[in-house]
Design a protein around this ligand. Sequence first.
Ligand code: AMP
Ligand code: ZN
Length: 481
Amino acid sequence: MTKTAPLKLFNSLTRQLEEFQPVHPGEARVYTCGPTVYNFQHIGNMRAYVFADTLGRTLSFKGYQLRHVINITDVGHLTSDADVGDDKMEKAAVQQGKSAWDIAKFYTDAYWTDIERLNIRQPYQWSIATDYVPRMIDFAKSIAEKHCYELPSGLYFDTSTVADYGRLARAATEDGEGRIESVEGKRHQADFAIWRKTPEGETRQMEWDSPWGRGAPGWHLECSVMSEALLGLPFDIHTGGIDHREIHHPNEIAQNQAFTNCGSLSCAENSGARFWMHNNFLIDRGGKMSKSTGDFLRLQVLVDRGFHPLAYRLLCLQAHYRSELEFSWENLQSAFTRLKRIVMGIERLKARVENEPPGQADMNLYQIDERISNDLNTAEVLVIVESIAGMKGFAGDRLNAIAEADKILGLNLLSLTRADLRVRPANAQLTAEEIEAELAKRKDARANKDFATSDAIRDALLAKGVEVMDGDPLGWDWKTE
Ligand code: AMP
Ligand code: ZN
């Protein structure tokens, strides 16, 4: 089916919906700011990647050849945005008694595990910041003379040398309002380090030689360089969480302007990308998203409680990416139940499809295209999927339409079974075999009309976190909440 609805996306740079037109015909080039691998990613971070994946899937769905890059920041991200404080990686290395390289490897692997569990597609390339340091030095050299100045602590970008600095943020970044700490000697509060020198008499685990002394690249420089190296300037879309709209992305834009000598931002593509897109935050009122607390909310915590990771993906898709999304166990529970219902509906369709002639209707595909093309309205695509699953008509046609929608949703709807969704909680007191044995006893009791025993078995199972579901093909499930 051809996808004819115009693809409209919200561009943070112009603060409006714009129609997507690729820089290179037939192709879509996307750069996503990825994790800083000094710790696990929390589920809020994962919302950013579900969003970027949904965008990528939509571009593929619309027929574009997708070239998606996600970076891994393994050096240069400081504990404070104001160019002071420690490098997050070096700090974690000291705290955990490991090398910064081991820390990077460990948390990169953990991140990739979560990416896979959320059915986020592999990008065209993961770009690892430490692989690009020579190129970062070349980039910095090319802009140093006109746009930078040196201080004892490093090479700084002079934000007054580019037009429209901070336009993306449209906040008081120029004077750095709200920033308490600062580096002495900076010409403007908003100026930022693109190279940080290792302090005299110290050695860092991750450091390189440069014309400005031994040290490490600044975090903002990394993303400018890797996006330019792998996608060319200008590319189509740059994504990240909404916090990046205020400092990280305005700084990337300033560097890109300097690098391309392009002057003002009157044309959005002078920023490096035509579209800058930002997902809003996942909020947790319980305060469990802060990485400074030991048991912060990461995907594994959800799985340990018996939730399937794709229930979290569905929770994200239920909300628009530009809206705040509140996390609660209740919300997650209802997303999980919703996923189970959809999967059950699809299982019923699958059971029927063998007995019917091939269908030919192109059902509801236009609607799916239209909704997703309207700034990625995944919430409405989900509703369409539910209505297709519950409609009359040929099961085969309906399964085809759901398969098409799932190219965008990425919920594995056609292959997932309800049994797959039965995730054993970490604190479960019983094994599946023990549960089956209890259920067999209960069946005998019922056959003998011994309802007292049958009820007692059910209650005992419930006390151990197992819900008996009479009349349901699955028979039992873990109680998640
Ligand atoms: P970091 O590892 O801190 O560099 O963050 C990785 C990504 O997660 C960035 O795109 C952030 O903007 C994004 N992010 C951070 N916190 C949240 C949150 N609570 N909800 C959604 N996205 C977030
Ligand atoms: Zn970035």
